[in-house]
Design a protein around this ligand. Sequence first.
Ligand SMILES: Cc1ncc(COP(=O)(O)O)c(C=O)c1O
Length: 397
Amino acid sequence: MNLSNRVNSVQSSPIRRLVPYADKARAAGKKVYPLNIGQPDIHTPPAFFEAIKGFQKEVLAYEGSQGNPELIDALRKYYETYGIHYAPEDIIVTNGGSEALMFAFMALCDPGDVVLTPEPFYTNYTGFASAINVKVNGLTTKAEDGFHLPGKEEIAAKICDKTRAFVFSNPGNPTGVVYTPEELKVLVDVCIEKDIFIIADEVYREFIYDNMPYASMASFKEAEDRVVIIDSVSKRYSACGARIGSIASKNKEFMSAIMRLCQSRLCVATVEQIGAVELYKTPVSYFNEVNEEYKKRRDVVYNALQKMDGVVCKEPKGAFYVAVKFPVDDAEKFIIWMLEEFEYEGQTLMMAPLEGFYATPGLGKDEARIAYILKSEELEKAMVVLEHALKAYPGRK
Ligand SMILES: Cc1ncc(COP(=O)(O)O)c(C=O)c1O
């Protein structure tokens, strides 16, 4: 008996696959700082839990495949605050941003087709793509350039006749880049010229620091028939376990294809959608407070990294990650070594190795992603541990 070649080609997630090493380290009595995963510790707005407690029906029925109409309405109002006008039929609720991405790839690509993405990119794009025999091509971006996009010609040269879509997260995971409205305009022009879709993964839309200007891809009128917006409550409202995301587009043919896929999976969890309605009513002041907190955390991590010998990184401007180049032979080996063999005052830490965040072979071997999702005091301690680990690591370059 064999499994499919397709499923055998799906990599295990570099964000999660080192967890057993961390579990062992914890079982051995070490304190492990989990900087590998974007699981925020910020409290979920209580209105979510109150709405769920208020669910009094006698039957927990299926919701419609498009999603709870109140949630769609709440999403429309949320988009209005960004000057984005969606009709109810332009939005479908999904099982997290993950399902929205997966369905977008399925709707746009046949086996053998390609999606292009700036690398390093959110590693699960590869997981979604390889599960359906779609290839991810990387448009390499570098810390030296702040992980910004290359010029028009370079982007255009990467689009081949198999390329169906340009997919990217803005703000960027794992780089923390916030693309300027000007470079997004260049991207829009190239995608129109090459006649491909744009999948804009904007799940970190609110996480922007230092007053960086931000433009949603949905604000480019000239591209509205080819833009697909991916969203989620996971990071926005620190509600990762709710598994509520959404997909939005003004392209009716595309949305009708997504709806057919959604009908076959029936619906998204009924009760969590009721909670999510309240999340999308959260006042903007919530984001101001949360961003203040993340900015503090970013500063702790970035300032500490800058002082470490041989470490290269760029100050992240959005999301809550920093992509770091370390003076080591192999970042994954370094992380495993930290978990298995190293401790500083009973503590160690976990990061996500970045090689799996690249499509181009050979890139990212000495890089890792740090998610600054713990309190500043914890992050300060974690950075001291990291500095000592770098000095003690036998594979240091
Ligand atoms: C860029 C990006 N897109 C999508 C997702 C998936 O989010 P969700 O929890 O909504 O499935 C994540 C999760 O980390 C992410 O970082």
